[in-house]
Ligand binder design. Structure first.
Ligand code: HAM
Length: 418
């Protein structure tokens, strides 16, 4: 086939009609489970102010320094949202959602944009679902967030995952840990990667997340944050793990788990799957107790996670999990002649009104071609209409699966199928 003149951008993928049913099925599961958790949906714009994202996620992060799609129009700096935590917090502050009372338990589903090198499980436009619980520092909020995340995979039948858990501490603990980390890394700093050298002063913890080969031997032996948590952070983390134990949620403690954004404090976690290959993170999240204040609100603790939907669907494929039924339509009108076509067209609304999905030929094809099309559309029934049927007021209802036929009035057909 000739190469089309226009194609979608690299890493930006069309969800075609054969794919959309499983997306809808997944979205339905997320909405249903969110309702069970009493989470409320929030939808924010696709574009945000660049300054919000830079501030929220952190200047030195990969996302901000390399991956954002940003442009200027007039005096405004726009960015395609690379994630939704900072935008949801922006919305929370802008619309004073704290005034609704209690903690805000918000969830979302939508597209995100990061200019990463595309590969399996990594796109430039991808989709996340996630939760942001804003206004609580109770470990219950951390654990409910994690429980919701896991519930989605469990409901779908994805069991084979690992929950990695860490505490990245509160500011006081982090300062103590950063000092210890700098002291440990300093003697070998010149042998480490350029990015790590850059991160050394401002954010040495991000060095622990380095994938550069030359950094690995130093990271391996680095001090662990658990030894530097102050009493409050340690206690909070102990409660999170105790509640997870109570719920029977398995986890692995990973003292070097730091996440890709600067806003995290205390609890941090990631869900990985061996069914995904190199892009093995299904989901990730944690606490961000300073972000609300950072973007102009009152000091407000918060916790959340986001999950990659493409990666979830890849895992389903690997595990042969089918989220949606094959497409089908209840009824296909097969017509012979103009009068029959007119009858079919005028009776489509009536049959649909009865809750039955129905279609007809849009291409004036022969009866044989219409029957073939009904099979292609996976119609459960055909209603065959010609002049005789119109005269008699009785139509042939053919059960396509059982190859069985009945002659019925239109009313009888609706009663039988409705
Ligand atoms: P994140 O770890 O950057 O966290 O992204 C969450 C998930 O989104 C990843 O685990 C992965 O499944 C998916 N993902 C990320 N980038 C891509 C990509 N380029 N292509 C396909 N999937 C991708 C966040 O976004 C935080 N906002 C999570 C959070 C919410 N933390 C607190 N609240």
């Amino acid at each position: 086939m000739a190469k089309p003149k226009y194609t979608s951008h690299v890493g930006m993928v069309d969800i075609l009609p054969d794919e959309s049913p499983k997306w809808r099925a997944l979205e339905n599961i997320i909405h249903q489970e969110a309702a069970k958790f009493n989470f409320e949906e929030i939808r924010t714009p696709i574009m945000e102010q660049t300054e919000l994202i830079v501030r929220g996620i952190g200047q030195l992060t990969d996302i901000v320094s390399k991956e954002i799609f940003a442009f200027k129009k007039g005096d405004s700096h726009y960015v395609l949202r690379p994630e939704l935590t900072a935008p949801v917090v922006r919305s929370y502050v802008e619309h004073h959602l704290d005034q609704r009372g209690g903690s805000q338990k918000l969830y979302y589903i939508g597209p995100m944009f990061r200019a990463e090198k595309p590969q399996k499980g990594r796109q430039r436009q991808f989709h996340q679902f996630g939760v942001e619980v804003i206004g609580s520092d109770d470990p219950v909020a951390d654990v409910e967030t994690i429980a919701f995340m896991i519930r989605i995979y469990q409901r779908i039948g994805i069991q084979n995952f690992e929950l990695k858990l860490n505490s990245v501490g509160d500011p006081e603990s982090r300062e103590a840990y950063k000092d210890a980390l700098r002291e440990y890394l300093k003697p070998n700093l010149t042998k480490m990667s350029e990015v790590s050298q850059k991160r050394f002063e401002k954010n040495p913890m991000r060095i622990l997340d380095s994938k550069e080969p030359e950094d690995q031997e130093y990271i391996k032996e680095a001090p662990v944050i658990q030894d530097y948590l102050n009493e409050e952070s340690a206690e909070h983390f102990a409660k999170v793990t105790a509640y997870l134990d109570d719920l029977g949620i398995n986890y692995t403690l990973d003292p070097y788990l730091v996440r890709g954004m600067d806003y995290y404090t205390r609890t941090a976690f990631e869900l990985t799957s061996p069914d995904l290959g190199s892009q093995d993170a299904l989901a990730g999240g944690g606490r961000y107790d300073l972000l609300v204040e950072e973007v102009g609100g009152q000091p407000t603790p918060a916790v959340g996670f986001a999950a990659g939907m493409e990666r979830l669907l890849i895992a389903c494929e690997e595990l042969d999990i089918k989220l949606a039924e094959d497409k089908s339509v209840d009824v296909y009108f097969v017509t012979l002649g103009d009068a029959a076509r007119t009858f079919a067209l005028s009776h489509l609304p009536k049959i649909r009104e009865a809750g039955i999905s129905a279609t007809m030929d849009y291409m004036s094809r022969s009866m044989k071609a219409q029957m073939k099309d009904a099979n292609r559309e996976n119609a459960n029934y055909t209603i065959i209409i010609g002049d005789n049927e119109l005269n008699e007021g009785k139509f042939t209802l053919r059960n396509m699966k059982e190859s069985e036929e009945n002659s019925l009035t239109f009313k009888e057909i609706i009663a039988k199928l409705g």
